[in-house]
Write a protein that binds this ligand. Structure first.
Ligand code: SF4
Ligand code: F3S
Length: 104
């Protein structure tokens, strides 16, 4: 499966939503997550994310993010249509430690 990681927080560009063939993105206030059981591993969303926040869960060190995607895709609403990114998205792109600072 693919998962959404730290740099999506407060960037939320949503280009990923447009390309997913199975609509498996779920929306929180500051970021999106992927439902790991619904993702068919097609990989098309990974290069579409301007924040490079989408990664295959086979990459090392992503256990925490797999858990977060699992947990929140079960409670956040499904998102199937891209909207505009936040006006200040670029200001947060690449900032370190976004999970600790902004995830609630
Ligand atoms: Fe959707 Fe494919 Fe990305 Fe999985 S890898 S979230 S199925 S676009
Ligand atoms: Fe987030 Fe990238 Fe999608 S910033 S909303 S994972 S395009």
């Amino acid at each position: 499966t693919y998962i959404v990681t730290d740099n999506c927080i407060k960037c939320k560009y949503m280009d990923c939503v447009e390309v997913c063939p199975v609509d498996c993105f779920y929306e929180g206030e500051n970021m999106l997550v992927i439902h790991p059981d619904e993702c068919i591993d097609c990989g098309v969303c990974e290069p579409e994310c301007p924040a490079e926040a989408i990664k295959p869960d086979t990459e090392s060190g992503l256990d925490k993010w797999l858990e977060i995607n699992q947990k929140y895709s079960a409670v956040w609403p499904n998102i199937t249509e891209k909207r505009d990114a936040p006006d200040d998205a670029k200001a947060f792109d690449g900032e370190a430690g976004k999970f600790e600072k902004y995830f609630s």
